[in-house]
Design a protein around this ligand. Structure first.
Ligand code: G6Q
Length: 553
């Protein structure tokens, strides 16, 4: 058990000592702290010096990683061992962006061949569509794409398409419909011309209720607006691992882009699930995204743990979560185009690390994944940063920014970066009562006023942050950034001893929803009172059913 290792115990001792120390003091003690605790890889620069730890802590964290056999686990992932044991699957999203020409055998087959073939199919398709060679049922170009998918079949591509806005091809539009709430599809459809729209039905399983419902309604809309059954082939494609279900829906095998069970939903943007990306920014940029991720993969795979960015980010995360009591981790991109990045990472992290059982099925001996949330800077500064600076709970945070803007405008970017830097400085350094009192005295406040205000204006500081920088947000740097977090999540899972690649916790709600669906009244329908659930659920169903009956009558 990881908590029984020497490394864990040593870290507990470190934590006891460090809890009595301010991070500011650690900077005073070590003039080389920044140089020591920052590094660059695959175009990404990471400064983790503003976390509260010492060189000794880092040594112990690396010892902890060794106790968890992290390097061995890393190799087992890359070579395609079935490390997702509860689903009996390999975890090989890295194979989707492996440009090394290494063969990779899974089940006796070199999967790199099918990966390349499918990517080539995506290239040919996207180029033909973008050039206007592939046309809709009236001969119009298909310049609008609607990706219908949810969870892993939405969050990744949607985040990337938004992040790469400066790379959007002229005249092309891309929408994402996720929610089973019909308003999402209906609101989107009002903006579409059926003659120019390609629907991408993105679903690994092709059974997901939300996606199948939206896909069926989109098809109906298309058929009611001039399209015929025969035209479906021109306007609907599927991204899936489930060929029979795709065919049953009425999409030809030719119009299906496949991926494989060894690609987890939340790790699938690199596969055919990235088709919407390729169609919006061009296939070359999609491939650059993959290449950026590949660079980070190579770094992760080969660098020793002490110089390994994903491993270090993970170890600092473990330190903050398990030894510094940070139960919440904020993702704060200072780049408006990364506005979907926190939502994307929320799934990647919380679905992967939100487990309380170890791989062996025992209770996890320590806290695992933190709550992850975030908003782009500077917006969050005017919202929840108050709690970050002065709340009773300490949270950790990642600040992310490009040094150069893709869309420079006056001095906006300098102001953006100044805020980024000022916030991380403020969170770490804080402001002492003595400084506050001096400031208030300089303002000419009376001693009574100073006594009344001083404590409210104190900032404790000592709030841990990572700063993650890149030159510009490009397809390559975005790819590297995403891969950095994927591997960070993996490393943390190895240390905590959990399976980062299953998601059983999403099942129960899905099953219960099927039962409840049968109990909900149609508009105007009188349903007998429901009493099959707990009193609260019964009461809520009956309340809704009453309204629905009355409104129909
Ligand atoms: C991700 C999860 C989950 C999944 C969605 C959509 O890792 O498995 O978010 O991506 O439930 O599933 P389908 O792609 O099968 O529709």
């Amino acid at each position: 058990m990881i908590t029984q290792t020497d490394a864990w115990r040593a870290l507990e001792t470190d934590a006891e000592v460090l809890k009595l120390t301010h991070t500011r003091a650690l900077f005073h003690e070590d003039p080389m702290r920044f140089e020591r605790f920052s590094l660059e890889a695959a175009g990404i620069f990471l400064d983790f010096s503003k976390n509260k730890f010492t060189q000794k802590t880092l040594k112990n964290l690396i010892m902890l990683a060794a106790s968890a056999d992290l390097e061995d686990a890393r190799e087992r992932m890359f070579i395609g061992e079935k490390i997702n044991v509860t689903e009996d699957r390999a975890v090989l999203h890295t194979a989707l962006r492996d440009f090394s020409n290494r063969a990779l055998e899974v089940g006796g087959e070199d999967i790199s061949i099918s990966v390349r073939a499918e990517r080539e199919k995506m290239r040919v398709f996207s180029q033909s569509l973008i050039s206007g060679e592939t046309k809709g049922f009236t001969g119009a170009p298909l310049d609008t794409v609607v990706n219908i998918g949810i969870g892993g079949s939405d969050l990744g591509p949607q985040m990337v398409v938004e992040a790469l806005r400066p790379y959007w091809l002229k005249g092309r539009r891309c929408f994402f419909v996720t929610n089973v709430d019909g308003q999402h599809l209906a609101d989107t459809l009002t903006q579409l011309d059926p003659e120019r729209t390609l629907f991408i039905i993105a679903s690994k399983t092709f059974t997901t209720q939300e996606t199948m419902t939206n896909a069926a309604s989109a098809r109906e809309w298309f058929l009611n607006r001039g399209g015929s059954e025969a035209d479906i082939a021109k306007h609907f494609v599927a991204l899936s691992t489930n060929a029979p279900a795709v065919e049953a829906f009425g999409i030809d095998r030719e119009n299906m882009f496949v991926f494989w069970d060894w690609v987890g939903g939340r790790y699938s943007l690199w596969s055919a699930i990235g088709l919407s990306i390729a169609l919006q920014v061009g296939f070359n940029n999609f491939e650059k995204l993959l290449r950026g991720a590949y660079d980070m993969d190579e770094h992760f795979r080969t660098a020793p743990l002490g110089e390994n960015m994903p491993a270090l980010l993970a170890l600092i995360g473990v330190w903050n979560r398990n030894f510094m009591d940070c139960g919440v981790h904020a993702i704060l991109p200072y780049d408006q185009h990364l506005n979907r990045f926190p939502a994307y990472l929320q799934q990647a992290d919380m679905e992967s690390s939100g487990k309380s059982r170890t791989i062996e099925g025992a209770m996890a001996p320590c806290a695992t994944g933190p709550v992850v949330f975030g908003e782009p800077g500077t917006n969050g500064q005017h919202a929840f940063y108050q709690l970050m600076h002065q709340g009773t709970d300490v949270m950790s945070a990642d600040f992310i920014a490009p040094a150069l803007s893709q869309t420079p405008l006056g001095d906006h970017h300098e102001k953006l970066l100044a805020n980024f830097l000022a916030q991380t400085e403020a969170l770490m350094c804080g402001k002492s009562e003595q400084d506050v009192r001096e400031e208030l005295t300089d303002e000419g406040r009376t001693p009574q006023e100073i006594d009344r205000l001083a404590s409210h204006k104190v900032f404790p500081g000592d709030r841990p942050t990572n700063s993650i920088l890149m030159e510009k947000l490009t397809p390559e740097s975005l790819g590297a950034l995403i891969a950095l977090y994927e591997h960070k999540i993996f490393c943390q899972g190895v240390i905590w001893g959990i399976n980062s690649f299953d998601q059983w916790g999403v099942e129960l709600g899905k099953v219960l929803a099927k039962a409840v669906l049968l109990e909900l009244a149609a508009i105007g329908e009188a349903k007998p009172a429901i009493c099959a659930h707990d009193a609260s659920t019964n009461g809520l169903i009956n309340w809704i059913n009453q309204i629905r009956r009355q409104k129909g009558g």
